[in-house]
Design a protein around this ligand. Sequence first.
Ligand code: GGG
Length: 354
Amino acid sequence: MDNYNIALIPGDGIGPEVVDEGVKVLQAIEKLDSSLSFSFTEFPWGCEYYLEHGKMMDEDGIDRLKEFDAIYLGAVGYPGVPDHISLWDLLLRIRKEFKQYVNLRPITLLNESLTPLKDKTKEDIDFLVIRENSEGEYAGAGDWLFKGKPEEVVLQTGVFSRKGTERIIRYAYEEARKQKKTLTSISKGNALNYSMVFWDEVFEEVGKEYPDVETYSYLVDAASLYFVSNPERFEIVVTSNLFGDILTDIGAAITGGMGLATGANVNPEKEFPSMFEPVHGSAPDISGKGIANPLASIWSVSQMMDFFGQEKWGAVILDTIKEMLNETEHLTPDLGGKASTSELGNRFVELLTE
Ligand code: GGG
């Protein structure tokens, strides 16, 4: 019997609503597969916690999370708490402390009705973005000088260490080799004359060890255009933290919106737990209305199953999402349906169990 200990951080806004549905799916799997079990421990961290305790998570939070096999996160951020505090003190802190330096964000069109790109098929939009997840522009390095004075200067430094850059690029090459796919690096070496020149050099250097992998290199502005005009160019993409964050929202726009965008924050060495989350935020405008789309959150459960080596269940969850997308009446309003978050989740479990 494989038992997995999962830390739940539902977080803010629609986070708890979508995490509930993902947990329902895991509990359904447990009933269907007697060789699997899941234990859940919920942590009340997030913006409400911050307003009460002055911190997004407990001091010993990182130590407590270390014991788990995975972290399942909803969303962070809510009006009343500055976004840079809610993001830095919880989500980015966990990514950093647990060396989750790989962010896997599939850009996969699951149903052709969902893309605004009317001439594109499911075969055209099916790639994986591997985003550097620990440093770059999100390293938190910088300064704010002469605040409020006419000579005010603000610096936000992108940090690209050799170790950090090599390991993400190597990870991407390995993935491209394993999947027998092309690898595209997205950077901006013409304008960012230190960090991205270095990135491009490392991409080329590491590439010498992978002569079997066909590679491409695009500037981020051109790549943004290709995401929309020629998504079929991409199979595996590797890019920096900021570019990956932005590009994958474009990816969401061409595959059905934020309600279908998933992300895995992976520590490949398994030295620390990895974290699974929908890409979307807390969506305060719809939170509490019971209409949030839980499919991204459920898709992140599929990524969690793959990570646990339970690929069969990862594939079953993804196939069930595809099946659900044919049933408009059971979908949430963002996908043209009238169902509530929990009605969608209940139908999902029905399909899974059929
Ligand atoms: N679902 C997690 C969440 O709330 N994400 C909001 C966000 O702004 N994420 C930025 C990032 O992924 O770097």
